[in-house]
Design a protein around this ligand. Structure first.
Ligand code: ADE
Length: 249
């Protein structure tokens, strides 16, 4: 059964999810920041059951892989019919969550958040028939180099990351301008009361009231963290910071 969780007007940012488990939604998207915004009508979520597009009497959606091998593959005809029934707007990004997809980044999230909202397909089994990926122009997206048992949790992660960027979702206090990735760096360490925790004080500079020194300290901490933990991000950041390389001059 198709489960419509909230349908707003057509101009609203909307995530349409195609899944074999529509009952999982909204799940964590129904609480806290995303949930309040959903209830307030800032965005809309529609979870549609792929099985509604099945045509045989068993309502089967999958079959054994051509060429042999383990597991089951989502059928191209069933998934294409589900996509066509869900999506009349051709300019909407059509994503399929998959560990073999392109890794999701904050900049892709920002693009998705600034558009009409995506159609998100959740795979299960061994994958989906390659022909529907090509025929419907699906963009394969991964949330990390590990394998989940299905795309639903990955879809929720993607939608949550988009929703918090929608206008009116984050207040000034929660503003994301200084958070991890917004400047290509991981976020600096945070502290709050008590001033001493198990003998460890808050770094003195943070209590100095000197905003310029605090900002410089935070920037240095963010840079050190990024350099140590994420050499890949550090490389990109360092290249952006000093775009002139030897070949320029
Ligand atoms: N489905 C299963 N594993 C996944 C992953 N790492 N990213 C996105 N979708 C997935």
């Amino acid at each position: 059964m198709t489960q419509k969780i909230l349908s707003g007007d057509q101009s609203m940012w909307r995530a349409t999810v195609l899944t074999l488990f529509p009952g999982i939604f909204p799940g964590p998207l129904g609480i806290s920041l995303a949930g309040r915004a959903l209830a307030a009508g800032i965005w809309a979520l529609e979870a549609r059951d792929i099985r509604n597009a099945a045509t045989d009497k068993h309502r089967s959606v999958d079959d054994t892989p051509a060429g042999g091998g383990p597991g089951m593959v989502l059928r191209a005809d069933v998934l294409a019919a589900a996509i066509d029934a869900a999506d009349a707007t051709p300019d909407r990004p059509r994503l399929v969550m998959s560990p073999r997809g392109r890794p999701l980044t904050q900049s892709r999230i920002a693009e998705l958040a600034s558009g009409p909202g995506p159609l998100v397909i959740c795979g299960r089994f061994e994958g989906i028939d390659q022909r529907v990926i090509e025929a419907r122009g699906l963009e394969e997206v991964s949330i990390g180099d590990y394998v989940l048992s299905g795309g639903e949790i990955a879809a929720m992660a993607l939608i949550d990351a988009c929703v918090r960027l929608l206008p009116g979702v984050m207040g000034k206090l929660e503003s994301g301008t200084e958070e991890s990735f917004s400047a290509g760096l991981l976020e600096y360490p945070q502290y709050t009361r008590p001033q001493s925790f198990e003998g460890q004080p808050i770094p003195e500079i943070l209590l100095s009231g000197d905003h310029a020194r605090v900002a410089a300290w935070r920037r240095a901490e963010a840079e050190a963290l990024t350099r140590n933990r994420r050499p890949d991000l550090w490389q990109t950041y360092a290249n952006q910071k000093a775009p002139k390389n030897q070949t320029d001059g």
